[in-house]
Design a protein around this ligand. Structure first.
Ligand SMILES: Cc1ncc(COP(=O)(O)O)c(C=O)c1O
Length: 396
């Protein structure tokens, strides 16, 4: 028998995929993980979802359990949420997907030929940016500072690209409670970003997964609400406000984009069953009250984490204080590497996301992302206390 190998059948892009590396072998037992942006499992609205599920099955089982379109009511719920944010949406400008991650992952199918330029933030949410790279996009990274994407640097990049005859396919940004830095772009930058998109004819993909989870500060209008020419594709999700497990997110934008994205959803529209359950839950009017509960909980845990950092970490570790979302970004002093810290911390049962997992261009060993969403309060304090003593030990 010839020595055939399955792996030789893989397309080049599948051969190129490497499993995520954290710069360390996490073989130790982890007792406190700040690594993933998991929702708080104690706060899922399971009784209300159970009631919605029972009602849907009692009244609509023959249709919702068959192939069929998603609930019209879910479109209505999403459109009214969009309108409340000043974003005009209708049935033709909204796509519902299995999580916002699915929709973001379809962007290269619609927009990217190998070698096309896509502009991303540094740091960013690599979960979707990796998909852009896999499709052959040439990624250009624009730095993120304490006010989000540096739009002046973006302007210089767009100008330079234009001089070379290059029109980027899109700009991927997370302007509110950014993943991983937690920072929020102020209005003046948002206005400039939207104006640049129109001036250079570049689509802006606004990933707005976290904006409902604001626990302090003033609401800042979304990019989509500032855009009147159709240059923003807005993307959001029920994952952070109901449950990631429902796998439902949406995009709102130019109907021609929505139509094409839908064509690449090879499994068809999202399932009638889950869409009816979530629509029924939303229609009870309980979601906004539920979000208030989430906000109080996440604020408490964020503040606990920040207080513990102030107490336990060396004073030259700089933690950014978010106004919402799931993440605190810590900038490390020059003598401490995120990868080295992760190896040492995992020996003590604590883990986090090193900054290297948040840049498409190899940067990030100078920062770490701590997610406060999942761990219970006592574990947050325990984990930060351990991490603090590891940081001090690395200095000795
Ligand atoms: C910034 C950002 N966008 C998108 C997603 C994907 O969310 P989902 O696919 O669950 O809607 C996440 C999940 O962590 C995220 O942090």
């Amino acid at each position: 028998m010839p020595a055939y190998r399955i792996a030789d059948l893989f397309a080049q892009r599948a051969k190129n995929i490497a499993p995520p590396t954290y710069g360390t072998e996490l073989t130790k037992i982890i007792t406190v993980s700040f690594a993933y942006g998991l929702a708080d499992p104690t706060l899922f609205p399971h009784a209300d979802l159970a009631a919605a599920t029972a009602a849907v099955l009692a009244e609509q089982a023959p249709t919702v359990l068959n192939y069929g379109p998603p609930a019209t009511l879910l479109y209505e719920q999403i459109i009214s949420r969009l309108q409340a944010q000043g974003i005009a949406g209708d049935r033709n400008s909204v796509l519902i997907g299995y999580g916002s991650g699915q929709i973001l992952g379809l962007l290269p199918d619609v927009f990217v030929e190998p070698g096309d330029v896509v502009i991303v933030e540094g740091p960013t949410f690599l979960g979707v940016v990796t998909r852009f790279a896999q499709a052959g996009a040439k990624l250009i990274t624009i730095p993120v500072d304490d006010l989000g994407m540096d739009v002046d640097a973006l302007e210089v990049t767009l100008r330079n690209l234009k001089q070379q005859g290059i029109r980027p396919r899109f700009i991927y940004t997370i302007p509110t409670f950014h993943n991983p830095t937690g920072v929020t772009m102020p209005l003046f930058r948002r206005k400039k970003l939207v104006a640049l998109a129109a001036e250079y004819g570049v689509l802006v993909v606004e990933d707005d997964a976290y904006s409902d989870l604001r626990f302090r500060g003033e609401v800042v209008p979304s990019l989509a609400s500032l855009d009147h020419e159709g240059w923003v594709l807005y993307v959001s999700t029920f994952s952070k406000i109901i449950a990631p497990g429902v796998r439902l997110g949406w995009a709102c934008g130019d109907p021609t984009i929505i139509e094409r994205l839908a064509m690449f959803k090879s499994e068809g529209p999202v399932g009638p069953f889950v869409s009816h359950v979530v629509a029924r839950y939303c229609a009870t009017g309980k979601l906004d009250g539920h979000i208030q509960k989430l906000i109080a909980n996440y604020q408490h845990k964020c503040d606990l984490l920040l207080d513990a950092i102030a107490r336990e970490f060396p004073s030259d570790v700089v933690a950014l204080r978010p106004d919402g979302g799931f993440f605190v970004w810590c900038k490390l002093p020059p003598d401490i590497s995120a990868k080295t810290l992760l190896t040492a911390a995992s020996e003590h049962g604590v883990t986090f996301l090193p900054g290297t997992r948040c840049y498409a261009n190899g940067q990030g060993d100078d920062a770490i992302r701590l997610s406060f969403s999942f761990q219970p309060p006592e574990k947050i304090v325990e984990g930060i206390t351990t991490l603090g003593s590891v940081l001090h030990q690395l200095r000795q």
